[in-house]
Write a protein that binds this ligand. Sequence first.
Ligand code: FEO
Length: 395
Amino acid sequence: MAKAEVKKDIFWVGAIDWNVRTFHGHTYTTKRGTTYNAYLILDDKIVLVDTVYGPFSHEMIERIAEIIPPQKIDYIIANHVEADHSGALPEILKLCPKAKIIGTAKCKEGLYKNYYGNWDFQIVKTGDELKLGKKTLTFVEAPMIHWPDSMFTYCKEEKLLMPNDAFGQHYATSERFDDEVDQAALMDEATKYYGNILWPLSPLILRKIAEVQKMDIPINMIAPSHGIIWRRTPGKIISAYVSWAKNETKLKIVIIYETMWGATEKMARKIIDGIIDSGVSVKVFDVNQSDRSEVIKEMLDARGYIIGSSTHDNDMLPTIAGFLEFIKGLKPQNRVAAVFGSYGWAGGAVKSIENILQDTGITLAQPGLSVKYVPDENELKSCYEFGRNFADKIK
Ligand code: FEO
């Protein structure tokens, strides 16, 4: 494969994982695979910025060896401890045992507790610089974006930001740059990545973006640790991050429900009709037939959520219960919701869902709608009105 030069004397030396289909312990589906991006900087000093997931060590080392003998590496920047970026450290350090690792104090602690290596480590803080010759690297600590150890590395001469996970996407492609790939697929994966990984960290992300803007570090390229490199449209992804971090929403409703014998689904179908007739966009998911990380992607920019469940043992059904627990951890802000569901002899699901939504900080826009057994014609009409009213309220 031809060398991928990101900037003059800065090369992509990562790995493409075409086949990975789940990530983060199966919490995230990666239908388009992913990449682990590492960057090699050639100057008076030679630097490797991040590594790749351990099973891909060989692929990274081969790419480096096509450019320079790996033993020439002077520094390895460890922007992040997580195994998908540090996993190849033990293998590459066998080839350049004198290389110094650079990262945050938390990174030093985290790498030791993962690999127990007696490695030469230099701790850096925000604003610290490493002069390589013609190029200079500046470090910006980014705690909890998305781990305590996380850090961004910036090259001022090239106006290049290497922020590790931030601005990434799980998107395996033969291309390396934003202008070379399908734009809809790219933003689809970037949205999914933010929604599933960064959403609960939104207040920190807004603060970090403001801090970086104050540091007056012009950026004309963002090279994250997953997916494509933003060389034509770095402003587009920064603007998207600001919007997502502010919890800005669109006039859009996501319905998520779980049904036992189909009555709750019948209710959902009439609610959908009401929303459509109101002119509002709606996405619908039976939680048992859906990929959770795709549902979360759709929830990221939706203003309203409608949640439904049949009642079972005076409570909601178990899959929707697990789903709502997960949503609670994502801490969505500025959202409104409404709840519906059918029951047999005693209700309970609607109230339970309302309680968890309120605990999550989501406002209930209208009273919940419960139907005994299967909805009749009048009850279906109520479902239609329930959907229509909710859609009108969020306009
Ligand atoms: Fe937080 Fe891509 O690892």
